[in-house]
Design a protein around this ligand. Structure first.
Ligand code: ATP
Length: 314
């Protein structure tokens, strides 16, 4: 018999939306007469510690619900820790971040009440594709829920995070605009690096890449779609390579990504799909993992397709 809901919440996610949405979650759970316990994150990586404590307390045995209220970063920390502990506890996600790319892919349009109803009344959770990675440089292993990227998208992500933390945009509740502003600010510092690797049995090598994106979810940065062919249910690893990016093609790419949404018609974007990916970048390059910054370093990483259970619409 399932009884309580354990809520891990980042109260400052989405420039303070976490707190507001948590109150809404509490009032909806009250209306279903559900008991809940809330754990607030006080610092970065605290969600990992809280999840580890829940797993060690035998959360699995009690079959309680586990809910995350926050942004993609907090969701990532929770699922990463569950996966590391081989605890297949189904997760319910209530978005409260700036980007909410997981929500856009899997729950788009659902209200807080709708999300809770799915958790309470679904016959069983839905297993969705995620990726596992093994980073040979940092020796870190983990999961990718939405996407991982190196180069331009990571620069944009890094700048956007700084804008959200430090600028008037977040104070005015315009955090989402930060991503577009960050795209514009990053255009004059586009990096060019070589990328090699293999996807399934296909080898590739590029001398002039500006963005290497490993996609599960089609959007990053709160809805910027760098590859129109990636769909959440594709059940494959998609690698997109933005290559040979010169000033003369930037305007065309800008239109195809942001306006016409036809990246597949660009001569400067290559796309591969498969179940296993190996990626190497010898130059130190900035990365992002589910919207969290990976500081500049060379890349030597293996990824494989995996899955994780969530309460989601069928
Ligand atoms: N109390 C806290 N203080 C500082 N950082 C925190 C705190 N709680 C969590 N974090 C860190 O903040 C990072 C970002 O949080 P989160 O993803 O929840 O919100 P967001 O960045 O607003 O949303 P999104 O990732 O969807 O844009 C997380 O990776 C987490 O490690």
């Amino acid at each position: 018999m399932t009884n309580r809901v354990h809520i891990i919440c980042h109260p400052e996610a989405g420039s303070g939306d976490g707190n507001t949405i948590l109150k809404k979650v509490h009032s909806e759970l009250d209306s279903f007469q559900m008991e809940y316990i809330t754990y607030l994150t006080d610092y970065s990586t605290h969600a990992e510690v809280l999840t580890e404590q829940l797993v060690n307390r035998g959360h699995k045995k009690y079959q309680d619900y586990l809910m995350v209220v926050g942004g993609d970063g907090t969701l990532h920390e929770v699922v990463q820790t569950l996966h590391k502990n081989q605890a297949d506890i189904p997760v319910t996600y209530v978005p409260a971040g700036t980007g909410n790319d997981f929500y856009r892919s899997w729950q788009n349009g659902l209200s807080v009440r709708g999300i809770i109803e799915i958790m309470l009344f679904s016959e069983k959770p839905v297993s969705i594709p995620i990726f596992t990675y093994n980073d040979h440089i940092t020796k870190r292993q983990g999961v990718v829920l939405n996407n991982m990227g190196f180069g331009f998208d990571a620069e944009v992500n890094f700048r956007a995070q700084n804008l959200i933390e430090n600028s008037f945009l977040s104070k005015m509740g315009l955090g989402k605009l930060s991503y577009l502003l960050a795209v514009l600010l990053s255009l004059n510092s586009v990096r060019h690096f070589s990328v090699s690797g293999s996807i399934d049995n296909h080898q590739f090598h590029y001398d002039d890449v500006s963005l290497a994106g490993i996609l599960n979810s089609p959007t990053l940065g709160g809805g910027i779609n760098i590859d129109q062919l990636t769909r959440p249910h594709n059940n494959e690893i998609a690698l997109v390579i933005y290559r040979d990016i010169k000033l003369s093609v930037i305007f065309d790419l800008f239109i195809k990504v942001l306006i016409t949404k036809k990246t597949n018609e660009s001569d400067n974007i290559d796309r591969y799909t498969g179940q296993k990916l190996q990626l190497k970048i010898t130059d130190p390059i900035r990365g992002q993992l589910d919207g969290e910054d990976i500081p500049q370093k060379p890349v030597n990483i293996d990824l494989a397709l995996s899955s994780y259970p969530f309460y989601l619409p069928n």
